[in-house]
Design a binder for this molecule. Structure first.
Ligand code: GAR
Length: 194
């Protein structure tokens, strides 16, 4: 690639995936993490971004719904891709139209199972355990107008032990996410560009 592609990473909470993505691309010549966007003022991702010297911006629920100020920022920063990393709001159709095929999301279950409205973070793990499932995993997919619905790009599975708890499953899932998400982002962007 002649010029690095700029990515905007969106998070709503703790931000361990966002931090992991920043580390992974720190020395990349192809992909630059330009900034973090977050819709929760008190989210842990702000401390992580500060520690790593990556700008992080807060926008409220209405900003994300109306999209104008967000799209202005994305344009001003020449953002090519949006990476959702624990981002819990629905992406507006205006943003999807501008970035179709260039927004990736990670979901902490094997979609299409355990997806849709209200299915995020610990809610997903609690539902999986309550159903006595033998496996769970992660799904990385393109974002379209429906929750957790766009084209699947990658999945990885983990076993669920007999005495698994939502907390221990969350840990396994985070491990899978941290191991796989940055590389899937890199491969997707490189193949999209070539
Ligand atoms: C991750 O497990 C991610 O898959 C999930 O939120 C967690 C965020 O963790 N995302 C969703 O549930 C989206 N539907 P993190 O803040 O430590 O990266």
């Amino acid at each position: 690639m002649v010029k690095p592609r700029n990515i905007s990473v969106w998070a709503s909470g703790n931000g361990s995936n966002a931090e992991n993505i920043i580390h992974f691309f720190a020395n990349s010549k192809d992909i630059n993490v330009d900034h973090i966007l977050c819709n929760k003022k008190e989210a842990g991702v702000f401390q992580r971004a500060e520690k790593l010297n990556v700008p992080a911006h807060y926008f409220n629920f209405n900003d994300f719904r109306e999209s104008k100020s967000i799209l202005n920022l994305l344009k001003a920063k020449s953002i090519h891709y949006i990476i959702l990393a624990g981002f819990l709001l629905k992406v507006s159709s205006e943003i999807i139209q501008q970035y179709r095929g260039r927004i990736l999301n990670i979901h902490p279950a094997l979609l299409p199972a355990y997806g849709g409205k209200g299915m995020y973070g610990m809610n997903v793990h609690k539902a999986v355990i309550a159903d006595k499932m033998k496996h769970s995993g992660i799904s990385i997919h393109l974002v379209d107008e429906e929750y957790d619905h766009g084209k699947l790009i990658f999945q990885s599975i983990c076993d669920i032990d007999q005495n698994e708890t939502p907390e221990s499953l969350a840990e396994k899932i985070h491990h899978l996410e941290h191991t796989n998400y940055p590389e899937v982002i890199e491969n997707y962007i490189l193949s999209f560009e070539n």
